[in-house]
Design a protein. Structure first.
Length: 405
């Protein structure tokens, strides 16, 4: 996924740091991602969701609100309304580049902020909230102990997520004064509400209120036992898959036909778990699976091994080749099954005359239907003509280059 550094002016005139995650293929739409309260653009959930959406052709801009992450300004001088302004300015910066966002995604308080900002962005077609409060003042529950000090002295130091922050009276007053009912009820865009029933930071009742206040089209999807920050990779992956599938109903995500001679596409493999071996495998804009290693080799066994994928390619190509030939001949082949196993064997066992080890694929072809002996023998010969079989038998060249991020 190509990622570009992006900077724009926030509500206070400060430079706000952003990442623009671009699709590896055709750019079909643009989304704007607003992070959760005191989080940042680089939290795991934001990275994973953006990467998956980029894979289906949706460019995603994720940025740090004023005073957070790598953005300029003082967090103490920000509030909910300033977050909304930052979102509107981010959308304007994208539009100036010819990439006006049509999809707004907000996590937690960022979800409330995109709901508030949407009426100011008429090109918005879809809005997605993830664990969002129906009332911005819900965030005050995270530091109720500091409210008396803020009321008395105008500011207080609080610890949020293990990090110190200074909050002022203007923030408290602003979230208390900002109701969302009107913005939600007049939302002129499709709405997707994602929320976990066990969310201990923002209760599921907030999702219900958002959903009830909105007009159709609207959708509600539960995140089961996910936590508020969507910290588990599988939960972030699920969120991204749901968003991309839902967005396809409202955004035109059909890629244009490639020009003559263009490659079929790219297979992108991204590490999903740095502590193990789990990998996200994305083939073009529509196909996703996972690769892993068995438990015995330190993996989590959530996907096929790399050699499993290689065997699958051989088996699938064999079956397709046999089917195409039988169809062309009009033979009564009713079903094909190909069982493939892989092992390392000594070359001398494969009658090559050397002692080096080579890869051996054992392929068992099962053909059903009233075929005569000649037809069955011929189809077995055709199996050896499948393109993947020929690739494996031939000498392949693999070119590897290092790409700077």
């Amino acid at each position: 996924m190509p990622t570009e550094r992006f900077t724009f002016k926030g509500h206070g005139g400060h430079d706000l740091a952003a990442r623009l995650d671009l699709p590896p293929g055709p750019h079909l739409a643009t989304a704007l991602f607003a992070h959760c309260f005191t989080c940042g653009k680089d939290i795991a959930a934001a990275r994973r969701i953006s990467a998956r959406l980029a894979a289906v052709g949706i460019a995603v801009l994720r940025f740090d609100f004023t005073g957070l992450g790598h953005s300029g300004g003082e967090f103490e001088n920000t509030h909910f309304s300033s977050n909304v302004e930052d979102i509107v300015l981010a959308a304007g910066a994208l539009e100036a580049r010819g990439m006006a966002p049509t999809l707004l995604i907000g996590h937690s308080l960022g979800g409330a902020a995109v709901l508030k900002a949407a009426p100011e962005l008429p090109k918005t077609i879809g809005v997605v909230t993830i664990g969002a409060p129906s009332d911005p003042a819900n965030v005050l529950a995270q530091f109720t102990h500091a409210l008396p000090e803020i009321a008395e002295s105008g500011r207080a130091n609080v610890n949020l997520g293990g990090r110190p922050f200074t909050l002022g009276r203007s923030f408290v007053e602003d979230v208390q004064d900002n109701a969302l009912e009107t913005a939600i009820h007049t939302l002129n865009a499709a709405l997707l509400v994602l929320h976990a029933p066990r969310d201990e930071v923002v209760s599921i009742e907030h999702a219900s209120r958002i959903f009830i206040a909105a007009k159709h089209p609207k959708s509600f999807v539960t995140l089961d036992d996910a936590d508020h920050l969507i910290t588990r990779p599988e939960d972030a992956e699920y969120v991204a898959d749901v968003i991309s599938a839902w967005a396809a109903r409202y955004l035109d995500l059909s890629p244009p036909a490639p020009p003559p001679g263009a490659p079929e596409g790219i297979v992108r493999v991204t590490e999903a778990d740095p502590n193990g071996f789990l990998q996200d495998v994305q083939s073009g804009p529509f196909h996703h699976t996972q690769a892993d290693e068995p438990l015995a080799y330190g993996g989590t066994n959530k996907g096929m091994s790399p050699y499993g994928f290689l065997s699958a390619g051989l088996g699938a190509c064999t079956s397709m080749t046999i089917r195409m030939y039988a169809r062309r001949k009009g033979w009564p082949l009713t079903h094909v099954r190909v069982d493939v196993s892989h092992n390392k064997v000594h070359a001398q066992d494969a009658e090559t005359g050397t002692r080096a080890k080579i890869d051996k694929f054992r392929r068992e072809v099962h053909l059903n239907g009233p075929l005569n002996t000649e037809q069955r023998d011929r189809l077995l010969e055709i199996a050896d003509r499948c393109p993947v079989h020929r690739t494996l038998e031939a000498t392949s060249a693999v070119e590897t280059i290092l790409v700077d991020n």
